[in-house]
Design a protein around this ligand. Sequence first.
Ligand code: GLN
Length: 482
Amino acid sequence: MIELGLAPLSRALAKGEFSSVELTQAYLQKIAQENSDLNAYVTVCEELALSQARAADEARSQGNAGPLTGIPIAHKDLFCTKGIRTACGSKMLDNFIAPYDATVVENFIKAGTVTLGKTNMDEFAMGSSNETSFYGPVKNPWNRNLVPGGSSGGSAAAVAARLCAGATATDTGGSIRQPASFTGITGLKPTYGRVSRWGMVAFASSLDQAGTMTQSAEDAAMMLNVMAGLDLKDSTSSDSAAEDYTKDLDKPLAGLKIGIPTQHFSEGLNADVEKCIRDAIAEFEKLGATVKEVSLDNSHLSVSAYYVIAPAEASANLSRYDGVRYGYRCKNPVNLEDMYKRTRSEGFGTEVKRRIMVGTYALSAGYYDAYYIKAQKIRRLIKNDFQKAFEEVDVIMGPTSPHTAFAIGSKNDDPVTMYLEDIYTIAVNLAGLPGMSIPAGLVNGLPVGLQIVGKDFAEAQLLNVAHKFQQATDWHTKSPVK
Ligand code: GLN
């Protein structure tokens, strides 16, 4: 049963084909077999999961079941979970047990889901390969010598290896879409502000957004129904009405206008990946869509602007880890300054320190205008490019990543090469737009992701576009699990 996606599982539970306890046990058994090698979970909550599953079965027997009642899911380990460690891939938070649930987690608990555990991730969500995690790399279930992508590598691998029905994740510059692409699953990053950030460990607050990792667009719509909405505890959460994201799934695509950005089909894109993407776009034409080229003139500046803005915000957000309030504290400090210094030197990994240094530099007097303000101006130009394109088209499509998953260890010693991993995804975060990655082919047996970007708050449309493609093709059903 665990090979089914979230939506089919929801239907099977409703029909009484099996219980949530049986389903949860099946996942826990699979996790016990696979996780020591894959390293997708950093915490497995066996007892909690089984007690939630029993409660879900009980609620169902009393006629109180919703669509997600009894569905076993996993949470990226940066969502605070009451009573369960939330370590965010860092030694700094290795001992941190959150005293409350993130709004996202709370919403899932109210919906009756089962929490299987917390998934591995790059330290403080900084990375594209899951290799910066204090808990070690995650392996790609398609080929265990390869990375699953990052920073939500654990959530991606857990869904791909069928170690959960769906998982939460976050995307600051590509961390949902790129790992979804590398592991052959469906990743959705909603519009900035669509989902509450309250109780998410902050990386870059103006870019961070929670989303979903699932087998299909239909599964994603069901998860988003639980996650989306105004939260007064997050002042950047949007008060635009959340919708039923399943309602438009089956709308025909006749007349859909697709924009293809010239800049996303240029040098550096693997030729076989490009072929998969072009074939996928041709499939949309068969479904009644029309295609035209659009230009995102400033897209070549997106990675540079991001690597000023994101580290600047991170350097401010991470100043709270001082050894005083919570998290790691160095042993036997001789005075306050020694404690600050050694706590941060010992508690943070190399990539996190690099970001703090870059961010602090960009925000310092004399450099602020030259770097930070300049990057903010570029951010506006990037947003304008999308707005202009969206005057002519409904959605924008292209590759999620220029290539398929790469070998563990192959890009570690060159941070800039790693930063370029997000070349097609980062502008979407800078513009605050919703984006997805859906499976669109295999190259040498490895998954390729198609990125679909929509207008602000057009999640229902994105999910519709993705769902129709998934009804017409079977790439999303391909699995590394024999
Ligand atoms: N890879 C990008 C980074 O390292 C994006 C990470 C993310 O989206 N969390 O910052």
